[in-house]
Design a protein around this ligand. Structure first.
Ligand code: 5GP
Ligand code: ZN
Length: 113
């Protein structure tokens, strides 16, 4: 079994509330939601963070955003939502498998904390 939490979720080896699954992308609900809708969208491929992206990952990154858009529609987030990719520990990244946070269902503030 992989040591990476999100690789385990992608492989079905760790329980999660899966929202959408395809060969290259998995979306599941965050275990500590910070908004009424809080979903994590990850590549099934283990990529540590945006800082480790390769040129070959460009299409996959586009897929993550398209999946985010589809899920936002399913979750009725027509009034708006926020996509966040924390990159590195100072930015608040705590799981080192690249993930997009999809947050919605409440007013968002700017600048973020
Ligand atoms: P980060 O801080 O790296 O940007 O985001 C990691 C997110 O993963 C956090 O919002 C945290 O609540 C979530 N998380 C951590 N462990 C698990 C888990 O085992 N299952 C799920 N569904 N979410 C998790
Ligand atoms: Zn991983």
């Amino acid at each position: 079994m992989s040591a990476c939490l999100f690789c385990q979720i992608a492989a079905g080896e760790r329980p999660a509330t899966i929202v959408q699954r395809s060969a290259d992308v998995v979306a599941f609900r965050d275990i500590h939601p910070q908004a009424p809708t809080h979903i994590l969208i990850i590549p099934t491929k283990h990529i540590v963070s945006v800082a480790e992206l390769a040129v070959e990952d460009e299409k996959l990154m586009g897929r993550l955003l398209t999946v985010a858009k589809e899920i936002a529609q399913q979750e009725n987030l027509g009034q708006g939502y926020r996509l966040v990719i924390n990159t590195g520990s100072q930015a608040g990244q705590s799981v080192f498998h690249l993930h997009v946070h999809l947050l919605g269902g409440r007013a968002m503030h700017w600048p973020p904390g």
